[in-house]
Ligand binder design. Structure first.
Ligand code: SF4
Ligand code: SF4
Length: 243
């Protein structure tokens, strides 16, 4: 996720958020669900899949609390490009890996993944939608019915505090929400949103509005849409590792 900023939230703002935002996304250990497809590592905990990007103030706070984070060192053209395109107020970082994860010292991106605050055309924070690039790798995206209300409440409160203190971050997520509407309109597909109230909605393509949906109508993506597809994907991942 690229970022462009003017006024940053302070280190104190991040501390305030970290002090209460600890709810797990769900009661299931979702890392155990996606890791078999990713060489045994949870997908969002490997920098090859998702390079954590933080603001400098968040970085300073993390460094004052732990040594589990270090600067990310790009080792291929794609990651070099991501790092080069970052605003100077942001930093790409890397942690010690899932086995050494200190829960209290996760970044905001770790605490929220795979979700971002979905903001509609009128500028209202409607709820949570997801980073769509991960539909095929993140088990949570295919199991949104299991997301806990405590997580939703803490997520929304965190972003309200962040946006109050950092209008640039609000703009970043307005832009990201607009991108999601454009991408899914092009694909002629609706996308799902978890409302602040825990209800489920779908945003229709081509600006046709938002509708409430039932739990059973939430999307499931391959290979998480059937046991058979999942077993096949695990088999293929194991074979690829042996090659
Ligand atoms: S949030 Fe998604 S990618 Fe991260 S560990 Fe859970 S299932 Fe895997
Ligand atoms: S800090 Fe923890 S949650 Fe965040 S990427 Fe590292 S292992 Fe994953």
């Amino acid at each position: 996720m690229s970022k462009r900023k003017k006024n940053q939230a302070s280190r104190g703002t991040y501390k305030k958020i970290f002090d209460f935002f600890n709810a797990p996304v769900m009661q299931v250990d979702c890392g155990a669900k996606c890791a078999p497809l990713n060489g045994g590592e949870p997908v969002c905990c490997s920098a090859e899949n998702a390079i954590p990007v933080v603001q400098m103030s968040e970085w300073k706070l993390l460094r004052s609390r732990t040594d589990m984070w270090t600067s990310f060192v790009a080792n291929d053209a794609a990651s070099r490009k991501i790092v080069e395109e970052l605003d100077t107020t942001c930093k790409a970082i890397e942690c010690n890996g899932a086995r050494n994860c200190e829960r209290d010292n996760r970044s905001l991106a770790c605490r929220t993944f795979p979700f971002f605050p979905y903001i509609n055309k009128d500028g209202d924070i409607i709820g949570l939608s997801y980073y769509w690039d991960f539909e095929d790798r993140c088990w949570v995206i295919s199991n949104m019915a299991l997301v806990e209300q405590d997580f939703i409440d803490e997520f929304i409160r965190s972003y309200e505090i962040l946006f109050e203190n950092d209008p640039g971050e609000y703009e970043v997520f307005c832009d990201h929400s607009a991108s999601m509407r454009r991408v899914f309109s092009r694909w002629k597909r609706p996308f799902a949103v978890i409302g602040r109230d825990g209800e489920f909605y779908k945003v229709l393509p081509k600006g046709a509005g938002m509708k409430k949906i039932k739990e059973k109508d939430l999307p499931k993506f391959e290979p998480f849409n059937s046991d058979k597809a999942f077993a096949k994907a695990v088999r293929e991942a194991n074979e690829a590792m042996e090659d």
